[in-house]
Design a protein around this ligand. Structure first.
Ligand code: IFM
Length: 401
């Protein structure tokens, strides 16, 4: 039965913020996403351009995370930079990411490193993408190149949100004219390729002492609002559960949750004008995190530790960010109190960044001027720093206000 008293957060609990290479680094010119932004093939309104220029300004980003009082930072290594041409990994780029890993250590930040966060090299796209014959071999070649720089990294996410990657692939097949049905299942071939890539990567990563590896799932929190239990379970399986099941026996699973998906007689019930919504158009639903943690833990039978690798809200109202996060973390605390093994909470995102085709939604604890790249720490970031330092007191205060 669910308890209502927030538990103490265990010693060593990670409190951090997340980013991803393509969304913050800038000029990721060798990637498939950059190519699609510039050739118009995916119908993306905005280009990533210089993004937040974190390729050069990462020390400043790490300083901010450290100064806020966080103890973890999640970022991704960019495959397209590390292997700009198949068979020719770049020592300079490997050195760059090694310096980032060491930069985390120097600031007392535990690095949580993602190997694949949505983007692949443009040369893989040209060869047919994830379902092409040599995709897995190319990915493992990349993982092999990265292995030597992962020494001392305790958490490695192989692939970020394979369910979303496979879903985006399926949606692209429907074109961009809005004629796709409300429910499109993830592309099964892409899913299979990603699962194999994950498993092969995990085998290679097992050779690094002390490294835990897993992948992350974007939990859609599929809930029955009229579709019936069977159809809802089927949709939940297609969207989330098949990817959660892969994590049985992994070192951990990254849980990422923002909202929920309601299923009705006609398919997915889109949030309407009566629903409170975020800048993404998603339903404002801070319970998403607790729902996702409970659902995931039940599905895995408690066998795999969980790490919240993303949770947050796109909003221009920073007070709303605090309120949402406070409620989400209270839910996490209730899950902990009920014995669910959660090792940390990494907020999405440290920075306002490029939201896969648009600069509009702002998820960041820190604002970034798009011309000067000046970082401005928002009140929510300071609040989050206090939460990291004294969670129980900060949550109590937040709940009371
Ligand atoms: O920005 C994304 C991130 O790259 C993956 N998870 C969801 C976030 C918000 O849409």
């Amino acid at each position: 039965m669910a308890t209502s008293q927030p538990a103490a957060f265990p010693d060593g609990f990670l409190w951090g913020a997340s980013t991803a290479a393509h969304q913050v680094e800038g000029n990721n010119v060798g990637s498939d996403f950059w190519q699609a932004e510039n050739d118009g093939s995916w119908g993306l309104p905005d280009r990533s351009g210089d993004a937040c220029d974190s390729l050069h300004r990462w020390p400043e980003d790490l300083d901010i995370a450290h100064d806020l009082g966080l103890n973890a930072y999640r970022f991704s290594i960019e495959w397209a930079r590390v292997v700009p041409a198949p068979g020719h990994p770049s020592p300079a780029m490997l050195d760059h990411y090694r310096r980032m890993i060491e930069g985390c250590g120097q600031r007392g930040l535990t690095p949580v490193v993602t190997l694949h966060h949505f983007t692949s090299p443009a040369w893989l796209r040209a060869a047919g993408g994830w379902t092409s014959e040599k995709a897995i071999a190319h990915f493992t070649e990349y993982v092999r190149a990265v292995l030597p720089i992962l020494d001392g990294v305790p958490w490695v996410c192989t692939i970020n949100e394979p369910n979303m990657l496979a879903l985006m692939a399926a949606r692209r097949k429907h074109g961009h004219d809005g004629s796709a049905p409300s429910f499109v299942p993830p592309d099964p071939d892409v899913s299979l390729a990603l699962t194999r890539a994950h498993e092969e990567a995990r085998e290679l990563l097992a050779s690094v002492p002390g490294l835990r590896s897993g992948w992350t799932v974007a939990n859609q929190n599929v809930q029955d609002h009229g579709a019936g239990p069977d159809r809802t379970a089927e949709m939940s399986y297609l969207l989330d559960d098949q990817y959660i099941d892969v994590a049985k026996g992994d070192d951990f699973l990254g849980v990422q949750a923002y909202s929920r998906l309601r299923t009705g007689e006609q398919g997915v019930i889109a949030p309407g004008p009566a629903d409170r919504r975020t800048m993404m158009g998603w339903e404002y639903y801070p319970r998403a995190l607790e729902d996702a943690l409970r659902h995931t833990a039940a599905r895995l039978g408690g066998s795999t530790p969980l790490l919240v690798t993303e949770n947050g809200i796109a909003t221009s109202d920073d007070d709303e960010r605090i309120a949402y996060t406070n409620e989400a973390v209270l839910g996490l605390a209730r899950a902990l109190a009920d014995g669910i093994d959660v090792r940390g909470y990494l907020h999405w995102s440290l920075l306002d960044n490029y939201e896969w085709g648009s600069w509009e939604p702002t998820f960041g604890l820190v604002a970034v001027d798009r011309t000067t790249f000046r970082r401005t720490v928002k009140p929510s970031a300071r609040w989050f720093g206090r939460l990291a330092k004294s969670p129980a007191a900060t949550l109590r205060q937040g709940a009371a206000s």
